[in-house]
Unconditional design. Sequence first.
Length: 157
Amino acid sequence: MAVDATDLRIVTEIQRNGRITNQALADRVGLSPSPCLQRFRKLEGDGVIGPFIAQVDLDRLCPNVMVLTTVSLDTASHQDYRAFEAQVAAIPEIVQCFKVSGDFDYMLWFVCRSIADYHRISERQIEDGSAKVRISSHVVLDRTKEFAGLPLETLLK
């Protein structure tokens, strides 16, 4: 989909502040409110702008541990991949999953209450799957850079 400079400014502002009012958004991107809202709705309808979620400071809510896990399937059938992906989708503690190239097949991001919970869930993943899997776990010690939106200005040059 082609976007113009105004659409890019709208998407960039929405990434920075999903709760911005239409009036404030229009002011920031140099439009009047009605055309701004029309563009926003078109971007939303085209799937460029998706559902809004809040960033939650989990450390303020409860004990937690984040683990990045690499997974290799011993078989390479499409059926095994689909079964694994369905299994991952059913585990709420896996908050993100990437199918990747390289030395392993998937990278998973777990958020659990404790290492013991992570261990229980990952063991179940090994035992319950139809394909044999190899898992390598990497406990997150500190988040040194938080996700703050996609680098649209450099990607759309």
